[in-house]
Design a protein around this ligand. Structure first.
Ligand code: GAL
Ligand code: ZN
Length: 700
């Protein structure tokens, strides 16, 4: 949106002053639902895959569906630079012109996720080196090394050439840098040298590095920087498995390397197109890169959502969790850059979304803060590795059921748009999410089956079942505005974080911590403290010992009044309540009788809960959630039946409650009476029946 359109934007900026004010210093460029621009809805489109005489039909069908946006060109480097330094954008100009005639905006992808064959041939060092020292064989995507000077230069140059060429194209509004950064590790000499330099900058001296990595163990001390190797974190190769502290730094380094690669392109794009947004398509719960760092340089976050794989329809709470992670990265609304449009898969494809599911999946994201929806992909490709990754249109190119459902969704979204502007999810509850912990537990889960995401999901799913919205934030976030904070599985607990959580409780917050809290510091070295370390006073407990429970053992857990019983599996802390009260214990294990399974402590103005085991039953997490919400004074607006998800967006004095039926049978929900239901245009009675895979949007 450029030149003459700027005038419109300026006028709209003034009109939408309240939106801007609500977002403080956030600029138009940093908002998906930017002032003066409609909600971006559309498809990922590959004009280079289809004959030119089809482009017009595609654009017309998109327009008829109510779409206004496409993402283009993210794999088309060879078509834009067929030989080194010779740029050909004419075909893309033509495609964009056809789309523009149908009022369709364009988001351009920089094409660096697939290097042209000539790059690999001429600059073989741009190809990633695998752990065994051999180079990847060119012929797919994500082949590159991120330290290669040639690859970085060529990438910046194509990004710059594109940005300069399309700077004046009015309907080009934004950029996606590369495609799905994936955390690939390259083991070439230049990556190793960069790692060594990165460590030098981080630790200053070898003594410090040796201390930080605990290299006195197994005599692994380095005497020169050049001796440092790339740690092997593959867990299936026991005896070569690297030092956990080294592995953690290697993961951090990979994020740093890919964030730099992203920044180099973002910089040239921004220089040429300062009004355009710059984003990247992240992958939700993907955990090989620290998404907080990757998102820092983006105007807003977009992500790729593929919740349907195989089997029967299930309740895709993980997609909500992923959405909340994405919203939390910049604590702002995000956009979907690739949305499920049909059966997915490369070798074999999964389940075809049943009627209603495509729409419902899109609403689920909208309800969690997505302000734009792009389906992947427009039409199923007849060639290549993704022949079975289905688009809205099939191979036949006809606008059939999936197209019609997306079109209905698009048109509904546009109708809701004015109500959605300036709203986001406002949660009283936060869960702390942290890549150091994700990584550390991936090298050493501690007990079998343990992972940060598994731990978070136990609580997140229960909170979702209770109808409560959750913010997912990192450990550096301001927690003071939350009534309830959960920190599952935070085994890496820097002192700074522990002090912050202690202060949070003292000042009136309600905290929940659980198994393995406070075991390690940020170097991945164990603290020399009795667990749960600095959180002992707040939690009012000590844990001198703990145990894994193998797959063949479990303990009965009962509440102190014996009212409810559950089963502890996988792990149990031997929790000794000090100031805390035991809420549940182990009545049947003579050796566990002195210990508590669940505790609650009153500390300062707040309360701190501890769960020292993994419970088998959802019912445990549902009961616990009730207790926690009661302590925190958080009241869900509705109590959805199982299978119905509730999520609320608010702002501008409005509250929009989304109810989504994830099941294929009708569900009835008790709702506040006399409120407009925006999709049907009716007013609510005391309950509302939502059809299979149906959605309701209530204005409260
Ligand atoms: C995404 C990717 C797309 C496409 C899609 C289907 O992960 O960004 O380019 O490959 O998956 O495989
Ligand atoms: Zn490399």
């Amino acid at each position: 949106m450029k030149s003459n359109a700027v005038v419109t934007i300026v006028a709209c900026l003034a009109m939408a002053a309240s939106v801007v004010r609500a977002n403080d210093s956030i600029q138009a460029r940093e908002q998906v639902l930017a002032p003066g621009r409609p909600m971006l809805i559309g498809v990922d489109y590959y004009p280079e895959h289809w004959p030119r005489d089809r482009w017009e039909t595609d654009a017309r069908l998109m327009k008829e569906a109510g779409f206004n946006t496409v993402r283009l060109a993210e794999f088309a480097w060879i078509d834009m630079e067929p030989n080194e330094g010779r740029f050909e954008f004419g075909w893309l100009d033509d495609a964009i012109e056809v789309l523009a005639k149908h009022d369709i905006y364009v988001i351009l992808g920089t094409p660096t996720a697939v290097m042209p064959a000539w790059v690999a041939r001429k600059y073989p060092e741009t190809l990633r080196t695998k752990a065994d020292g051999t180079r990847v064989v060119w012929g797919g995507r994500k082949h590159n090394c991120y330290s290669s000077g040639a690859y970085r230069m060529l990438s910046q140059r194509i990004a710059q050439a594109m940005a300069e060429h399309f700077a004046k194209t009015p309907n080009v509004i934004g950029w996606q840098i590369d495609n799905e950064f994936g955390g690939e590790a390259c083991h070439c000499g230049s990556c190793l040298a960069e790692f060594q330099d990165w460590l030098k900058a981080r630790y200053g001296s070898l003594d410090e590095l040796n201390r930080a990595w605990g290299n006195h163990f197994w005599g692994l001390k380095f005497t020169t920087w050049g001796e440092i190797t790339i740690p092997d974190y593959a867990t299936d190769r026991e005896w070569v498995m690297g030092n956990p502290s080294a592995c953690l730094d290697w993961k951090r380094f990979i994020t740093w390397q890919q964030a730099r690669f992203q920044a180099e392109q973002a910089e040239v794009v921004r220089a040429a197109c300062p009004e355009d947004f710059v984003t990247h398509n992240l992958m939700g719960l993907f955990s090989s890169l620290d998404y907080y760092d990757m998102a820092a340089d983006l105007d807003f976050v977009t992500w790729d959502n593929y919740p349907i794989w195989s089997g029967k329809p299930d309740i895709p709470y993980d997609s909500s969790l992923a959405a909340d992670v994405m919203r939390g990265l910049k604590q702002r609304n995000f956009m979907i850059m690739e949305q499920t449009a049909g059966p997915c898969g490369w070798e074999s494809f999964g389940r075809n979304p049943w009627p209603g599911e495509i729409r419902k999946i899109a609403y689920q994201q909208l309800a969690h803060g997505s302000d734009g929806q792009i389906w992947f992909r427009w039409r199923t490709c007849t060639v290549g590795r993704e022949q079975y990754w289905h688009g809205l249109l099939g191979h036949d190119g006809k606008p059939l059921r999936r197209y019609r459902e997306a079109a209905q969704t698009a048109q509904e979204f546009r109708k809701l748009e004015s109500r959605l502007r300036g709203t986001t999810v406002v949660a009283d509850v936060a869960i702390v999410y942290d890549y150091d912990n994700l990584w550390s537990l991936s090298f050493q889960p501690g007990f079998a089956g343990n992972s940060l995401q598994a731990a978070i999901k136990r609580y997140y799913h229960a909170l979702t079942r209770a109808g409560v919205n959750v913010d997912i934030v990192n450990r550096r976030a301001d927690l003071s505005r939350y009534k309830l904070v959960l920190t599952p599985d935070l085994s890496i607990m820097p002192d700074e974080t522990a002090r912050k959580l202690d202060a949070y409780v003292k000042n009136g917050g309600v905290l929940l911590a659980d198994c393995r809290t406070g075991v390690k510091d940020e170097r991945n070295l164990c603290h020399e403290r009795t667990l749960p370390g600095l959180l002992s006073p707040a939690l009012g407990i000590t844990i001198e010992e703990y145990t894994s429970l193998g797959s063949d053992s479990w303990y009965k857990v009962a509440t102190s009044d014996a009212g409810s019983t559950y089963t502890a599996i996988q792990y149990a802390d031997w929790v000794t309540p000090q100031a805390a009260k035991a809420i549940a214990g182990y009545p049947d294990q003579w050796h566990m009788k002195p210990f508590a399974a669940v505790t609650r402590n009153e500390y300062g103005k707040g309360k701190a809960w501890y769960v020292g085991m993994v419970a088998k039953e959802d019912a445990f997490y549902d009961d616990l959630t009730r207790w926690l919400l009661e302590d925190a004074g958080v009241k869900p607006v509705v109590h959805p039946p199982l299978g119905v998800e509730a999520s609320m967006r608010q702002g501008q004095g409005r509250k929009l409650l989304f109810l989504m039926n994830h099941t294929d049978e009708p569900k009835t929900v008790a709702v506040p009476q006399g409120r407009p239901e925006l999709l049907s245009g009716t007013k609510t009675a005391e309950s509302l029946t939502i059809d299979r895979f149906g959605v309701a949007v209530l204005e409260l």
